[in-house]
Design a protein around this ligand. Sequence first.
Ligand code: NDP
Length: 253
Amino acid sequence: RITALTGTVAIVTGASSGIGEATARRLAEHGATVAVVARRKDRLDELVAAIEADGGTALAVEADITDRAQAQAAVATVVQSFGRLDILVNNAGLMLLGPVLGADIDEWDRMIAINQQGLLHMTHAALPHLLAAAKDDLRGVADIVNVSSIAGRQAWPSFGVYAMTKFGVLGFTEALRQEVTKQQVRVGVLEPGAVVTELVSHNSQEVRDGLDATDDIPVRLQPDDIADSIAYMVTRPSHSSIAELWAMPTSQA
Ligand code: NDP
């Protein structure tokens, strides 16, 4: 067991699958108490049981963080339960692809709601607690990691609104970094390339067939690879801040 995060409390959103689940496990291995947030409570309960079987401490917090009140309540529950908050990983997200022409605008609204508004709700609720944790002498620093995407740096047809949400995360992250970094809250953005998760599964069969046809990524990253990147960002010494990390499969050009 690694102890870099012993005594800290972390929130990981979107921890019921994929990158969030792997990240929650990894932060717990580093000694953090981990609050796992998502809508699928059964999946969260399984994850908490697995983390605790492995000797860690975790709490399942069921919330739809597109709803501002639920996001605020999730943060409040964590702080009431554990008395502090050191790390927020804004990972929950949705990718619905397709042309702009004839698009179902509800799909756009759903992406903006989780990829941007959910992240903003959690950040706003968590920030006072992160600033407080950064002042005490446990680590002398606190962390926000925002999970953007390669689609927050590059855009392609059919990725329009998803790219818009992720490019936006980059701008917000850098503005917030400058706002709070001198108060020892590190704010960083992580931009993964292709990772094997459920992300694509929310698209229609037609969209998925189109991706399969154009895909040229023989070996994708696993969620654990991204968990490694996030763990790296939040375990730097307190004077060192990773403001941006672009993590790609070697086989993705
Ligand atoms: P998954 O679909 O496996 O995970 C998405 C997570 O977000 C789930 O845990 C889901 O939980 C949660 N979530 C969705 N909507 C809400 C909501 N309203 N409230 C709370 N939680 C919500 O995909 P990934 O693990 O791949 O995605 C994680 C992040 O990584 C996303 O931001 C994605 O954009 C980003 N990313 C992924 C890449 C990839 O190739 N997979 C590449 C680059 C970035 P639930 O449904 O239980 O609420």
